[in-house]
Design a protein around this ligand. Sequence first.
Ligand code: C2O
Ligand code: CU
Length: 559
Amino acid sequence: MSVVDRRDFLKLGAMGTVAAAGLAIPLGPSVSAKSASRLSDRDFPRPYRTAFRRPRVLKPVPGGETWDDVGRTLLFSVTAMASTAAILPRLVTPVRGYNGLVPGPVIDVEQGVRTRLRVRNALPPTNPIGGGSFATSTHLHGSASLPQYDGYANDLTRPGQYKEYHFPNFQDARTLWYHDHGVHHTSPNIYGGLAATYHLHDEYERGQLPQGEFDVPLLVSDAMFAADGTLAYDDDDHSGLWGDVVLVNGAPWPVMKVKRRVYRFRLLNAAVARSFRFALSTREPLVIVATDGGLMPVPQPVAAFRQAPAERYEVLVDFSRYSPGTLVDLVNLSNDNNVDYDHTGKVMRFEVTDAAYGGEHNLVPSALETGAIGLHTMALTRADAKEKVSLRVHRDDRTNLWVINGKSWNDVVDSRFREVVAKPAIDEVQLWEFENRGGGWFHPMHIHLVDFRVVGRNTNGGKPFPWELGPKDVVYVGENETVQVLVHFAVPKGSTGGRYMVHCHNAPHEDHDMMVQYQVGDNDPENDPNDPIAAAPPVWDDLPPDKPEYRPAVALPGW
Ligand code: C2O
Ligand code: CU
């Protein structure tokens, strides 16, 4: 379908008719419900034919461990490189991922053990998707990192260079993810494969939720393919990309065999634009136990919940209530302003296997004891806020750019990275309000560095949705929605703060150019010890190639 057809179609969606109906409708003569991919019928993957895959877990670099008076630091190393992936039944798909894997390898760490992550850029000079520069910047999303290790969009590592990122890991247990953040090219870079999860553990999470085999990351994304199996890319004039194939951990609509017990799924929406509304085909509830920033004080059973790009929700599903052989599907009921195709309402299938299976943490808890940071975040009240910051998000029709209070990242660049939308003191609490007056788009808004508490919405009776009742760092700002969040601007111990990005996590919006920054603390930007670009520059890579080692996969029954 041509870009123009798709735009007309999106406009229709913006009027609320098509999208609100969940798109189980005839799509009109110029838009076919199957036409995002150009694959022949034989090459198009069929739902529920592929085995579920667990992402590999990366081991630290042998001998890379260091100690100082604070404690221990582990070294990890990944190489961003071109390779191929087996996504389609008969064709091979070129990808660009960390260690060539899509998704990239999981990094698993314990609270209190710091990490260094060396990211080597061995990518070709230009991205075959879009033809832009393949300079990268790596963001560990969910980490309170120093600005120079936070994946600042213009802190670029060019092909042939590497950069070592330092992560403090003092925060509460949570599901983080590392992904590319290169200026103007984040969307094609993530879409092509530069994304992976990072699991931070602590005693609360270890002591209360399923572990090991029963702790399962699900990176959900979508893709469209050219006839030869390569990834196609069409972001509808920077409004969003809507693939017709749903991938879980890089496999189309996979089937996972499960034992009859409680599982914990770490759901990450790793799509560049699509939002999902997850539910179980059995209509049993999904029990939300953790949000972006970790454990939720009171788990929330929900029939369905919506999840925008970059949001993380951990959910428990109790398969002990099903008899062996039962098929339970994770489905997508969709949300306004997504473009849906024949099979985008499906996500993955669980096939219940053995007799009841025991083991630890095999209950769905009704309350959770959370770490100190989560406790603090969820106790914030409006009375704690010193300032209110209002951010209006919209599309500027003159420039055709997505903006925040009329500003874009271009303005930040033009100011030599000085311009900020807010300047909280270290440890100050502020009330931030995101306002989306348009009915045509939703915007997942992300504030770097911090965890926040969602305290108000102009919809849902003024209250956060049940699934938002935990610490967050991305908030779904839906059509005509205004959302308030309470933010505590804490910094890692010893840090004097600095400049951090705020942006929409619809990656085409972010790239064009819905991103601004704020400054925490008083560092002089002319002489900032944490200057996001100058303080820790990349270096040319003359190291020998890595021989990455992975932890042996946890056995998956039956595959
Ligand atoms: Cu997940 Cu600024 O990013
Ligand atoms: Cu947006």
